[in-house]
Design a protein around this ligand. Structure first.
Ligand code: G3P
Length: 236
């Protein structure tokens, strides 16, 4: 992939794919979430995490708590933290009852737990999460840029604001989450964002297509139309 000044994390739950990207140094870290794990057929949450950590020992991996009770989220966070040195514990910014997790974030971060605060969509959430974090403990603020863009809103100002908040706190990194296209890499980098997560399919597209000559890309597209029309037996 073209030289970029941003860390790339793979966002998925396919252990084989994760290990292969770890060994080939295709990415700098990993994230997952309960939805991705369920989609990839994971049945035992902790067994999955343990297996991933037995194979990926250095690069950062984020695992998410999923309890809907704030005190129980704390319990899950400690269990996840204890699984490995390279674990970041993902804490959603609220539960489904609209109770914000700022106090929990403050508690865990002040106890030295590395956090990845997730499902962040608003400037207020960015500011309150940043405020709650211990500035000397590593943490990631995950802004759901793709979903924000799907709502018809430009996510770049959100990322820039977060990057500027964290400019003097190197332990706190801003992450462009929920990428939708390869161009998001360019957008995240030009905002000064520290990390971007991409699904394996998007990583493959980036490896294949980033920096591609457009005239050549055009030709390949025309070839695709020609081949598919012929294979379908179209004739008129
Ligand atoms: O894992 C967090 C995030 O990157 C998932 O994004 O919007 O594709 O579900 P999304």
């Amino acid at each position: 992939m073209k030289d970029l000044n941003i860390k790339i994390y793979s966002d998925g739950a396919d252990i084989e794919d994760m290990v292969q990207r770890d060994v080939s140094n295709d990415v700098d870290g990993f994230t997952t979430n309960p939805t991705l794990m369920a989609k990839d057929g994971v049945t035992d949450y902790i067994e999955f995490a343990k297996e991933a950590l037995s194979k990926i020992k250095e690069k950062s991996i984020s695992f998410e708590v999923f309890s809907d009770d704030i005190e129980d989220m704390y319990r899950q966070a400690i269990i996840l933290r204890d699984l490995g040195e390279n674990v970041y514990v993902k804490i959603p910014v609220s539960n489904t009852k609209k109770e914000m997790t700022y106090d929990l974030i403050k508690r865990l971060s002040s106890e030295g737990v590395k956090l990845n605060v997730t499902a962040i969509f608003t400037i207020e959430q960015i500011e309150k999460v940043y405020e709650a974090l211990n500035k000397n403990i590593p943490a990631i603020i995950s802004i759901f840029s793709g979903r924000i863009a799907n709502a018809g809103i430009d996510p770049e100002p959100f990322i820039k604001h977060a990057v500027s908040l964290a400019k003097d706190t190197p332990c706190i990194e801003i992450l462009w989450a929920s990428s939708r296209e390869v161009f998001n890499l360019i957008q995240a980098e030009r905002c000064g964002c520290h990390i971007i997560t991409m699904a394996p399919s998007l990583l493959n597209a980036a490896n294949k297509e980033l920096g591609k000559d457009l005239a050549q890309f055009s030709l390949e597209t025309v070839e695709m139309f020609y081949k598919d029309a012929n294979n379908a037996g179209y004739n008129f």
